[in-house]
Write a protein that binds this ligand. Sequence first.
Ligand code: EPU
Length: 373
Amino acid sequence: MTLRIDEPASLRPFNSFGVDARASRLVTLEDPTDVAAALALLAEAPRALVLGGGSNLLLAGDFDGTVLRVALRGRRVVSAGENDAIVEAAAGENWHDFVCWTLDQGLHGLENLSLIPGTVGASPIQNIGAYGVEMRERFDSLEAVDRHTGERRRLGPADCRFGYRDSVFKHPDGERWLILSVRFRLSRSFEPVLDYGELRAELSARAAAPRSDGSGHRDTDRRNAPATADGSPPPDAREVAAAVVAIRRRKLPDPAVLGNAGSFFRNPVVDAAQADALAAAHSDMPRHPAGPEAGPGADGRPRVKLSAGWLIERCGWKGHREGDAGVHERHALVLVNHGNATGAQLLALAERIRASVRERFGVALEPEPTIVR
Ligand code: EPU
């Protein structure tokens, strides 16, 4: 057995907020043959928590129990067809490294999801998404083990019940699954998803500017891409990835430098009547169709998604700091730890933000990360 056990252990290196919470016991799973032993340790613990990259997590205090950190590694092409391929990565693989590896294989579909912090195993849990693509659109299946029975199962999209920043794994009936590896169906031909205005603008700016970094080979990836409306050559997959990386670096703090868990709240979905009333009072308020999955509102009209970042900024929180807990100066949706903020301090700040948005706009914000109390 090669399970590593630390008692007690600081979880600071293992949550992207950099909160210095302690666990009574930290178990690190690196070898797939140790899965049963790791599950046995979880079963005997007073409380149990499974940790992936810890990038979507707020530890509100010390954890009086056993934390299992899934550090399984490995990635491979499972099957390669003429037009697409199934690829697999173990749960502990770093997400961005995996995305880069798929591009190296000449496989497309994950480029818009570049630079999202965290692990492959965590990607289905909140159905990560960015710049017009959600993980579920590229998902094939995953292998999970039932924490209670030890049974291994391959779960498909329907089993996973993906939603906006949501899946079965965030709900009580899915908590029993420990994700071991995830498979994606990726395409050999490149069909860029350029729905997000900011991504199109970044690509246009980069196409106009002389290249200084040598990145982005305008190669065969482009052959299948549709021509752009302005007649400029369409980008290749690496250029899209580079543009996403540039936008993220510009707007979002790097967890290695400034602790954070990405967006702290989901973008709220409201009835069309409420969105109309808010837009009448605030003509610059961004709003988007929430999509069929959100269902109709009380008035039968399609529901509307608002920008939590805009609502929070309007309440005056952008760049706000209380001790070491703060709101990022370039993106109001991101709470940050300037050094030694505790989980309780970050949570208290989040509560105040929530209360002020509710009071000013009548909109309820829901946290996006998992909060462990
Ligand atoms: N905005 C502001 N002030 C701010 C931030 C945003 O006014 O401080 C407004 C702007 O009008 C902006 C709009 O909000 O145009 C949307 O902002 P942005 O494009 O940054 O996207 P977001 O809705 O805030 C979502 C995801 C991000 C993802 C981006 C890009 C959620 C909760 N967040 O953010 O995901 O990277 O879109 O697709 O859906 C994450 O989940 O951790 C995450 C970073």
